[in-house]
Design a protein around this ligand. Structure first.
Ligand code: SF4
Length: 699
């Protein structure tokens, strides 16, 4: 017999599917898709369908706080009070001796919004440093800057309901069939309903997403900006732009036109490594559409040229007026379940609460007054990779890592290892015994996991969902929010007396009042009973706003969208005879991030049980590599050893490795970030995971 069903949201990707969690009389947990949820209407992908295994299996969980008394000592079990007293003593002493910027937090797009809000308030308001960054820096920072520069703010303008209203999709640097499956299912259904719908895919790999494509532009990695501008040129030359929209609602068209006319379509085709007629065809499909959605993910964002790629894609929507109307708009596919919620609370080193600007003194004062603190630091904090540098150099002394596994997920793993070894004090707050940072931790704090705590998250379409607590956390694990509050109190900070998570949410909501993401009238109890609401959500509305900019007024100072030219292209790592191939990395269908959860579900492991290097037959033949052979991949940073998968799905000259694997049997020979480097986008500071020079040899 099934007892009460509690509503929650899947804890994996940014699609944000609704689930129902129930327990039978024996305590066995069941997770099913919520048929009433507006996102997935009962559907779940393979990862969502197997969430119950992750909740039930406590075998790999951290159960109690552990501490080492000195660097050479072993971790020992301690009481919560001892652990947090020590953390507070060390943080106070570091700040006193070296200043506030000697400490910092590295958190996660999987944190709940309330957790994010609290740690951001603690860091910026009370520790007086902006050194709080998150693994969202690895995920969405370039998209954020793309939106800010064109639309005036980090605001995804579309809603999922636009999928059913679009008749042309351009999917670039994304494999939603595997990585955002429920969104893709909705696209598939749209194509089934309306077979004339055109789907253009831009990707150096022929992924599962291409199975639905009318056109696949298999470009050379790093050339997306050239491609999008060439499409822009074709649209201009064909007279297929929206002059009225450009004239009345945008700035910057002349400069854009001048830039795109500098490269002929034929030259662009050569640079991108695709036939010229494919570029023309893509423009023809867009020109013929009533509703045009551009969709993208990490292929554009995780690049040293990430912001340029975002700008040049958003420009296509702007010159054709495909924004603020049904079925149209730029639509970044969020990687993590709550990357957007984290940005809403300003939980990154370059952001401020409720999309306020960190560099604006008036905005800082508004937040400081709201929190009842004297001021907020004005200097931007360290971003994810800058924290690694600062720990290595010794200018940052202490780092507190929450719900993320940077030893596996950050680029140039050896450098991360070196930085963590040099840190004076490392706190790891996690659910998993297998977090690869634990060997470097001075303090390990066990956190409650998904379904073991309550709070909210925001998905890719600005939809805030409430997640019920359904089961008790194991051992002495407690919710991340409670750990942050207890630590703040140990530090002697006032301002952390909360009745419950609802009061944290309401404080965050009140801080959004008057901003473009205003949810000040959104009640926690409303979310608990209705489940979800999109932002903005203001008093006059019965529900949140699905589509932004229908009034054609943008969030820029003059209300006009900005068509942007691209800045100088960042240097790509040189391909040389020693390192002639381009390595690109990404997800596989059934694994998530560093596999601390999905890696323990046998059903999910069956899909791709071992890491494989995808390599084109021509590249394999010239290296005498056969399918299934063990190969060694070398970059200027390190090596990886895996089996080869010889496949025509990947472009010649490019190889692909999955991002998920860390240590296997204690060795990190399959860890892709042994190979990746330190290139970052100069504007967004997002690391590049899509272009590393490598060589591959039979092992
Ligand atoms: Fe979860 Fe994303 Fe799959 Fe939906 S599509 S079930 S949110 S992993």
């Amino acid at each position: 017999m099934i007892l009460e069903k509690k509503k929650s949201t899947c804890s994996y990707c940014g699609v944000g599917c609704g689930v129902l969690i129930s327990k039978d009389k024996k305590g066995k947990i069941k997770v099913e898709g919520d048929p009433e949820h507006p996102v997935n209407k009962g559907m779940l992908c393979s990862k969502g369908m197997n969430l119950h295994y992750v909740v039930e299996d406590k075998s790999d969980r951290l159960l109690y706080p552990q501490m080492r008394w000195g660097k050479g000592h072993a971790l020992e079990k301690v009481e919560w009070d001892t652990a947090l007293t020590r953390a507070a003593a060390v943080f106070k002493s570091m700040i006193e001796k070296f200043g506030s910027d000697a400490v910092g937090y590295y958190v996660s797009g999987q944190c709940l919004t309330e957790e994010y809000y609290l740690v951001n308030k603690l860091t910026k308001g009370y520790l007086k440093t902006n050194n709080i960054d998150t693994n969202s820096r690895l995920c969405m920072s370039s998209a954020v800057m793309g939106y800010v520069q064109t639309l005036g703010e980090d605001a995804v303008p579309v809603a999922y309901e636009d999928i059913e209203l679009a008749d042309c999709f351009l999917v670039a640097g994304a494999n939603p069939a595997w990585c955002h499956p429920i969104i893709w299912r909705r696209v598939e259904m749209q194509k089934e309903r309306n077979p004339e719908t055109k789907i253009i895919v831009v990707d150096p790999r022929k992924t599962q997403t291409c199975a639905l494509a009318d056109l696949h532009l298999q470009i050379l990695p790093g050339t997306d900006t050239v491609l999008f501008q060439a499409i822009g040129r074709c649209l201009i030359e064909g007279g297929n732009i929206d002059w009225s929209f450009i004239k009345n609602h945008t700035d910057g068209f002349e400069a854009y036109q001048e830039q795109v006319m500098q490269v002929s379509v034929a030259d662009a085709a050569q640079m991108c490594g695709v036939p010229e007629d494919q570029i023309v065809q893509a423009a023809t499909y867009i020109a013929g559409s009533k509703g045009f959605l551009s969709m993208w993910a990490m292929g554009l964002n995780q690049s040293a040229d990430g912001v340029n790629k975002n700008l040049s894609l958003i420009d296509i929507n702007l010159i054709t007026g495909h924004i603020g109307k049904p079925g149209s708009g730029p639509f970044s596919l969020t990687g993590q379940p709550n990357a957007m919620g984290g940005r809403e609370v300003g939980g990154m080193s370059t952001l401020l609460s409720s999309h306020r600007k960190l560099h604006d003194a008036a905005h800082r004062k508004e937040v400081a007054d709201f929190w009842g603190v004297e001021d907020l630091p004005s200097k931007p904090g360290l971003t994810a990779t800058q924290m690694v540098e600062a720990l290595e150099e010794g200018t940052m002394k202490a780092i507190w890592i929450i719900c993320t596994n940077p030893m596996i997920s950050l680029p140039d793993a050896r450098r991360v290892e070196n930085a963590l070894k040099k840190a004076k004090f490392v706190v790891v707050q996690d659910i998993s015994l297998h977090a690869a940072t634990i060997p470097f931790a001075d303090l390990v704090l066990p956190a409650a996991g998904w379904a073991e705590k309550e709070g909210t998250m925001t998905n890719s379409e600005r939809r805030i969902s409430y997640l019920h607590k359904s089961v008790a956390p194991p051992g002495e694990a407690i919710p991340d929010a409670e750990i942050i509050i207890r630590f703040a109190k140990k530090m002697g900070f006032s301002g952390f007396d909360y009745k419950d998570m609802g009061s944290v949410f309401q404080e965050h909501a009140a801080l959004t009042k008057g901003t473009n993401i205003d949810i000040s009238e959104l009640d926690y109890e409303y979310l608990k009973s209705h489940g979800t609401a999109q932002w903005p959500f203001v008093s006059s509305a019965q529900s949140g706003k699905a589509r932004l900019f229908e009034d054609r007024i943008f969030y820029t100072p003059n209300g006009r969208a900005q068509i942007k030219i691209s800045g100088p292209q960042s240097d790509l790592e040189a391909l040389t005879p020693d390192f002639p191939l381009i390595l690109t990395t990404g997800r596989i269908r059934d694994q998530w991030h560093t596999m601390t959860r999905t890696g323990k579900v046998n059903k999910l492991k069956k899909h791709v049980p071992i890491p494989l290097l995808e390599i084109h037959p021509e590249d394999a033949i010239s290296r005498k590599i056969g399918d299934g052979d063990t190969v060694e991949i070398k970059s200027r940073r390190g090596t990886v050893r895996v089996r080869a998968q010889v496949s025509e799905s990947i472009r010649e000259g490019v190889v692909f490795l999955p991002m998920h694997w860390g240590k296997i049997l204690g060795a990190d020979f399959a860890m892709v970030n042994n190979l990746t480097g330190n290139a970052i986008d100069p504007v967004s500071k997002q690391p590049d995971f899509k272009y590393s020079a490598v060589e591959v040899m039979k092992y």
